[in-house]
Design a protein around this ligand. Structure first.
Ligand code: PMP
Length: 445
């Protein structure tokens, strides 16, 4: 038996299945930039950037060096009781990077999920109001609060009720809701009416603490809310003294070509959550917000044993340094443009490629049934499995959306190689040569 299979077989005896979203039988043993090596020594190009938590690529030398040096000094002493120099430095750096012009403070966490729970906590404490408004298709995390705030997969909430009370969901303005005859302005107005409906019927605006949104939905399919729509939601929030909070866990840290995705809209949030790429994949997250909101809770309402420890803080400082020194924001935009060209050309050639979206090096490509133009999970599943066989790791979201989020340090040669393989796979699908994997129905979200 190959090493990959043997390890997976062994692991399956002890690892509970809900803790993995199944795609491929793969054991990743090593990473370097945008390249990964499995337990059998096969090499892959990573178009997933470990679910966008390594914008700086795998094992970036600057990050590795920072972690190694810090590990020799101090790995952990609980930040819940005492400060450490490296996290103190990071908090200054990060609050300065935040897209908020008023005084800013932050609180550390260990994951994107707990950072979004923190948004709920701080928003409720500051406003004294109980309701939180979130969006369908969002993914905010796996803890009870962030899970309740999410709306992307029924399997995530099945058997878990009652969920956290006080969270109300409104429809996200995704492109599939737009009628063919509608102009963007008409679509925005219609979606904004749908947004306001709960407020006009059963949800008193003065009892709503915050609106939490991914300005560009990540796990929901890389979908950008129309700018005008988000501006209207923002104005509505301010009119009713509702806090405007953004989840930057997936789309932050340079992914879209700016530090934060909300900067694409020219809006200033009251609160935001950061995680994933913050420490190049080490477990560190933060909720960042206007200082007066962040002071609304009293100690020890938001402490964790390991959050903001020296090791993860050293990784985060190095990550920020790499993004700046290697100009990864610019690189994200530049490579994103060539990726958009590639996928648009593919769209013109292959009738199973629907909508193509790209915001920085960060894309969602819809796979559709050529006849009905409806989402095709079957074709997308065939494509990602064949791509995987040929040495490229890419997954699908919502069943039919190809998720394209390579590390921002990917070389142009690696990207071109990935495009050559993708084009080969698309042409094989067009020639009806691709087969579904046997366990297709168990795969994905
Ligand atoms: N928010 C967003 C937008 C995410 O994409 C994710 C992870 N996919 C999370 C929150 C949760 O982060 P974590 O898995 O680190 O808890």
């Amino acid at each position: 038996m190959a090493k990959n299979d043997e390890l997976l077989h062994q692991e399956a005896r002890s690892l509970a299945s809900p803790s993995r979203i199944k795609y491929f039988d793969l054991v990743i043993a090593q990473g370097n930039g945008a390249l990964l090596t499995d337990a059998d020594g096969k090499e892959y190009i990573d178009l997933l950037a470990s679910a966008s938590s390594t914008n700086t690529g795998h094992c970036h030398p600057t990050v590795v060096q920072a972690i190694t040096q810090q590990a020799q000094k101090l790995i952990q002493y609980t930040p819940a009781y005492f400060a450490n120099p490296i996290a103190a430095k990071l908090s200054t750096r990060l609050t300065k990077l935040a897209p908020i012009t008023r005084p800013v403070k932050l609180a550390w966490g260990n994951s994107g999920s707990d950072a979004n729970d923190a948004i709920i906590k701080f928003a409720r404490a500051y406003t004294g109001r109980q309701y939180i408004v979130t969006f369908t298709g969002a993914y905010h995390g796996s803890t009870y609060g962030s899970l309740t705030a999410s709306g992307v997969s029924l399997n995530m909430t099945r058997k878990l009720g009652p969920l956290l009370p006080g969270i109300i969901k409104v429809p996200y303005p995704d492109p599939w809701q737009k009628a063919p005859h509608e102009t963007t302005e008409q679509f925005v107005n219609r979606m904004f009416e749908a947004f306001k409906l709960p407020f006009e019927t059963y949800l008193p605006p003065d009892e709503v603490a915050c609106i939490l949104i991914e300005p560009i939905q990540g796990d929901g399919g890389i979908i950008k809310a129309p700018t005008k729509y988000l501006q209207k939601v923002y104005e509505f929030a301010h009119e009713h003294k509702i806090l405007f909070a953004v989840d930057e866990v997936n789309q932050g840290m340079g992914r879209t070509g700016k530090w934060w995705s909300i900067q694409q809209f020219g809006l200033e949030p009251d609160l935001m959550s950061v995680g994933k790429s913050l420490a190049s994949g080490l477990p560190l997250s933060a909720v960042i917000g206007r200082a007066e909101i962040m002071e609304a809770l009293k100690a020890p309402a938001h402490v964790f044993t390991t959050a903001g420890n020296p090791l993860t803080a050293a990784a985060a400082l190095a990550t920020i340094e790499v993004i700046e020194k290697e100009d990864l924001l610019h690189r994200s935009r530049k490579l994103g443009r060539s990726a958009l060209t590639f996928f648009q050309q593919a769209q013109a050639k292959y009738d199973f490629i629907g909508d193509v979206r790209m915001y920085g090096l960060n894309g969602g490509i819809d796979i559709v049934d050529p006849k009905t133009k409806k989402p095709s999970t079957e074709i997308a599943t065939k494509i990602i499995h064949r791509t995987f066989e040929l040495g490229v790791i890419m997954i699908s979201l919502r069943g039919n959306i190809l998720r394209f989020q390579p590390p921002l340090v990917i070389t142009t040669a690696q990207l071109d190689r990935a495009f050559t393989i993708l084009d080969q796979v698309f042409s094989e699908e067009a020639a009806q040569k691709l087969r579904l994997p046997k366990n297709a129905s168990e795969l994905g979200w």
